[in-house]
Design a protein around this ligand. Structure first.
Ligand SMILES: [Zn+2]
Ligand SMILES: [Zn+2]
Length: 146
């Protein structure tokens, strides 16, 4: 299935009307890839053919796509960023509050936490995409020396 086809199926399965705005925002984010702020997506859409879309409309479309778990929002160093969710390949980030460095976290670690939560409570946590903030090893060592 093409990625547009997947988006259409996903939006319909969520019982949401497939407005052209939602579809444009979804496809802009899918094709841009990675993490994008609402302003970046707004700018990308402004360069496309078709009527310009106000920032508030882009933001509302992202909110709906988030409810459908098609899009996730993370705090990327103090600014909100959106990413297309690939549920078959979750990914997570460790972001250092001290120096801003970022590294990937093995999704298996969060999967184990998800399994433990489910076993203990019956609750299924949606662990598609996380940015966990903290302090990296070199910042911790620097803090210990200071
Ligand atoms: Zn990410
Ligand atoms: Zn650091």
């Amino acid at each position: 299935m093409s990625c547009e086809g997947e988006t259409v199926a996903l939006l319909r399965s969520g019982g949401h009307r497939l407005t052209p705005q939602r579809q444009r925002v979804a496809s802009a984010l899918q094709h841009a890839g990675g993490h994008r702020t609402v302003e970046e997506l707004h700018a990308l859409i402004a360069h496309e053919q078709g009527a310009p879309m106000p920032l508030s409309t882009v933001y509302r479309a992202l909110t709906t796509l988030k409810e459908l778990r098609a899009v996730s929002e993370i705090d990327a160093g103090g600014r909100s960023a959106f990413a297309w969710v690939d549920r078959s390949r979750p990914h997570h980030h460790l972001v250092c509050r001290g120096c801003g460095t970022e590294r990937d976290l093995d999704p298996a670690l969060l999967q184990r936490l998800g399994d433990a939560i489910r076993a203990a409570t019956g609750f299924e946590a949606f662990l598609d995409h996380f940015a966990i903030t903290g302090q990296c090893e070199s910042c911790r060592q620097g803090a210990a020396r200071a």
